[in-house]
Design a protein around this ligand. Structure first.
Ligand code: GTP
Ligand code: MG
Length: 246
C-alpha cells in the first residue's frame, strides 16, 4: 500500500505516523512499486546519525538521552533500530520500549525497529530506501542504530554521518571492535559506562590507539558518557553537530 508523499508529509507534521509506518513496511518488504516510489522522491540532506557497537553497550539508552536533548531544542527525530537477530528480537524490543518509553507516544519522535532474521545483507537496500523517505518527510535528524561487527553493519554505517561507535570499558569488546571494519568507519568514539571502575584506563588506551591511527584527513573524536544519567550527552550532541557543520 503506497500513499502519496504529500499525504505522508502532512500526517507527519501533525505527529501522526501511521501512513509513514505502513509505507516503511512496504519498503522493508520490497513490495511492488517500492523502487519506483523512492526513485521519484527528491533527495534531502537531513542528517543521518549512525550509532553502532556491541550488544548491551548502551546504544538505546544513549539514543533516548540524545533524543531528549534534540526534542528540547525543537527538533523532530526519527530513530531506526536494525535488530540482527530474530531470537533476541522480542526481548530487545521490549527492553527498548522501556528505555525509550517516554518517546514512543511523542509527536516529535518516530521510532521504528527493523528485524533482519539473522542476515542483514538483504536489508541494506531497504534501509537506504527507508532513510531516504524519512529524510523527505520532515524530520530534522535520523538516528540509525545497528548492532554487531559484520560487513553489512559497515555498509549501514556508511549511510550515516557521523557514525558513532559506542564502546564500554570491558575487556574483549574493544579488541573485537578494533578488528572489525567499524573501527575504520567510525567518526566519533563514545566510551559509555564511564561510571565503571577501570574506565579511565580504557579511555587512555583507546585515545592512544586512535592517536596512532589519526593520520588521514578524517576527524576522529572521543567522548565519554554515562548514558543512564545523561552525563556527557550534551557534549556528544555538540560534537555530532560539529560534523554536520563541516
Ligand atoms: N552503569 C551503566 N549502565 C548503563 C549505562 N548506559 C546504559 N547502561 C545499562 O546497560 C544496559 C544496556 O543498555 P542498552 O541501552 O539496552 O544497550 P544497547 O547497546 O542498546 O543494547 P542492544 O540493543 O541489546 O545491543 C541497560 O541495563 C542500561 O541501563 C551507563 O553509562 N552506565
Ligand atoms: Mg538497543
Amino acid at each position: 500500500m503506497l500513499y502519496s508523499i504529500n499525504d505522508i508529509i502532512q500526517a507527519v507534521q501533525k505527529g501522526d505516523f501511521l501512513l509513514l509506518a505502513k509505507t516503511i513496511t512496504h519498503l522493508e518488504n520490497k513490495e511492488e512499486g517500492s523502487e519506483d516510489f523512492i526513485d521519484k522522491l527528491s533527495s534531502q540532506k537531513t542528517p543521518v546519525i549512525g550509532i553502532t557497537g556491541p550488544p548491551g553497550a548502551g546504544k538505546s539508552t544513549l539514543i533516548s538521552s540524545l533524543v531528549g536533548k534534540m526534542v528540547e531544542q525543537g527538533n523532530k527525530v526519527a530513530v531506526v533500530s536494525v535488530d540482527p537477530s530474530s531470537v533476541v528480537h522480542k526481548g530487545a524490543l521490549l527492553g527498548d520500549r522501556i528505555r525509550m518509553r517516554e518517546w514512543y507516544l511523542h509527536p516529535s519522535v518516530y521510532i521504528r525497529s527493523l528485524a533482519t532474521r539473522g542476515h542483514l545483507g538483504g536489508l541494506v537496500s531497504s534501509i537506504e530506501a527507508i532513510v531516504k523517505l524519512l529524510q523527505v518527510v520532515g524530520f530534522d535528524a535520523i538516528i540509525l542504530e545497528t548492532v554487531g561487527v559484520g560487513q553489512s553493519e559497515v555498509q549501514v554505517a556508511q549511510i550515516a554521518f557521523p557514525t558513532l561507535l559506542v564502546l564500554v570499558p570491558e575487556a574483549g569488546d574493544d579488541i573485537q571492535m578494533m578488528k572489525s571494519g567499524l573501527f575504520e568507519v567510525a567518526n566519533i568514539f563514545v566510551v559509555n559506562k564511564t561510571d565503571r571502575p577501570e574506565a579511565q584506563k580504557f579511555v587512555n588506551h583507546l585515545r592512544q590507539n586512535l592517536a596512532e591511527r589519526a593520520v588521514g584527513i578524517n576527524k576522529i573524536s572521543l567522548v565519554e558518557t554515562i548514558a543512564n544519567n545523561g552525563e556527557g550527552v550534551a557534549e556528544l550532541l555538540t560534537v555530532i553537530k560539529s560534523y554536520h557543520a563541516s
